[in-house]
Design a protein around this ligand. Sequence first.
Ligand code: SF4
Length: 309
Amino acid sequence: MKTIHKTLLAWYDAKGRHQLPWRNTDNLYHIYLSEIMLQQTQVNRVRDEYYPQFLEKFPSLETLANATLEDVLASWSGLGYYRRAKNLHATAQLVKNNLPHKELELLKLPGIGRYTASAICCFGLSQNIPVVDTNISRVIKRFFALVDAKDKEVWDKATTIINQKKPRDHNLALMDLGSLICLPKNPKCTECPLQENCLGKDEAEMYTKTKKKEYITMELFFGIYIKDNQIALKYSDDNMYKDMLVLPSVEPIEENFIGQFKHAYTKYRLDVKLYTLEEFEGDVIWIDLSNFDDAPISSLTKKAKKLLN
Ligand code: SF4
């Protein structure tokens, strides 16, 4: 195991993603934020488009706690999975500027599961605990040739190979290995520092077969109602975009058709059609078109506006 640790860390020193901003801080809030953003969102988008801007607006847990949910959602706009932002905000309000330092305490907070709690403790506090995300899980399953392994088995294996002297670098190395070398398809075994001891390398993909995803396709019809350079929006009442502003739904009328676009959101594959509206009955929120980007608006609604432009 000593040799494996040494080889893995040497590879990490040479090839790891050391420049990621959340790896160059011991600020627990910054690490926590990055982990929440990185769930379901690609590293480059988080690093370039969201993480710095969010921290500029909410530099501490305290500023986040004092902000309105509307403001937080507006800053999260476009990242999707808005429940993450709501949980982040709720946690900030609960912890009074101090995240707990214990995994079990972190697990009691909204939206923090085993992965996030262990990542905060290991990456922020160098605690000697395993961290298992999808990348690390793939490496572990292949390295130990685990067939149909359940999460617990993978976490247990991760515990057995932890480098107790350098747990933080060890876990980050495994994460980068999964992201850069032990790829879901066509892993680059010849470049892998673990290849000599990897039990699954000859049939690597067999150990990480995933079920084909099933998608739900839907058609959605939205109305565009603009008056005095303001657009009519509504707070969504469906779970998909709860607390976000969306265009009002309409019955499609052929002669009012403006255009259409496709949109993917979680398991949904949406065909969105837009129609002009001459008037609208019911409550709406008027958003000035020049302030559109500062409102809590979903990426679907942003796409609609782009089409309108
Ligand atoms: S040798 Fe291949 S399958 Fe094994 S951990 Fe490395 S990249 Fe993955």
